[in-house]
Design a protein around this ligand. Structure first.
Ligand code: PEP
Length: 250
């Protein structure tokens, strides 16, 4: 199955306005494989300016979060219609930092996914196990339950838009990467589970990205795995050169 190949960056709470626009510009102007979808996960205050910088290019912008509410008295929150109105097409939902530091539950993430999809935007849904779960050897069951709890209510047209990012928490920002075998084993297990939950068509269509200390030195090996369709990249997406090298690693 020929699935989309995707290089998605997650800038997290980094950059100033000028740095954000410069980074987007350098990435846009760099030499990139044209069969790979590039997405930059930009902090909210800079999304509009980055979108303006990227206008007319094939580089996309993602929000890093969204509200589960439509509008109203939710101070500090950002709705999917706000994100849509500035022209962004993607939203990262359920990053482990949101789950861990902001207490986001599977039920909340299910609601956010619904809002995102209702607005016609594409969710990049994150899942992944903490170190103690990996040490106990129960990581596959753990991640399967994250998928079941957050995705079960979605319809086929919704699922056709979905992107999943498997991000073992012990590999995020730690410099420690899952081995290609560990990544492939989990991605294959998740694809089989998607088949069990939905259908073989859905399972073979959904891109599953790997995240966790992806860098130019390890991207090729990871992306060569049969069920790894790209990366969600934190630290290495903050430098245009390294994110370009990752984009060129398929
Ligand atoms: C991430 O932020 O999703 C991530 C995987 O970070 P890093 O690449 O820095 O580990």
């Amino acid at each position: 199955m020929n699935r989309l190949k995707i290089a998605a960056g997650n800038w997290k709470m980094n950059t100033t306005l000028n740095e954000a626009v410069q980074l987007a510009k350098d990435y846009k102007n760099g030499s990139r494989a044209n069969n790979v979808i590039s997405i930059l996960g930009v902090p909210f205050p800079f999304m509009h300016a980055v979108l303006a910088e990227l206008e007319g290019s094939d580089v996309h912008v993602a929000a890093q979060n969204c509200s589960e509410h439509d509008k109203g008295a939710f101070t500090g929150e950002t709705s999917v219609s706000m994100i849509k109105s500035i022209g962004a097409n993607y939203i990262i939902i359920g990053h482990s930092e949101r789950r861990e530091y902001f207490g986001e539950s599977d039920a909340l993430l299910a609601a956010k996914l619904t809002k995102c999809l209702e607005a016609g935007l594409t969710p990049i849904f994150c899942c992944g196990e903490p170190l103690q779960v990996r040490k106990a050897g129960t990581q596959v069951d753990y991640v399967k339950s994250q998928l079941k709890n957050a995705l079960s209510h979605l319809s086929t047209p919704d699922l056709e838009k979905l992107i999943i990012a498997y991000e073992p928490i012990w590999a995020i920002g730690t410099g420690e990467t899952a081995t290609p075998q560990q990544a492939q084993d989990m991605h294959k297990a998740l694809r089989e589970y998607l088949e069990e939950l939905f259908s073989i068509e859905i399972a073979s269509h959904i891109p599953i990205l790997y995240g966790g200390s992806v860098k130019p030195a390890n991207a090729k090996e990871l992306f060569a795995c049969e069920d790894v369709d790209g990366g969600l990249v934190g630290g290495a997406s903050l430098k245009a050169d390294s994110f370009l090298a990752i984009n060129n690693s398929f």
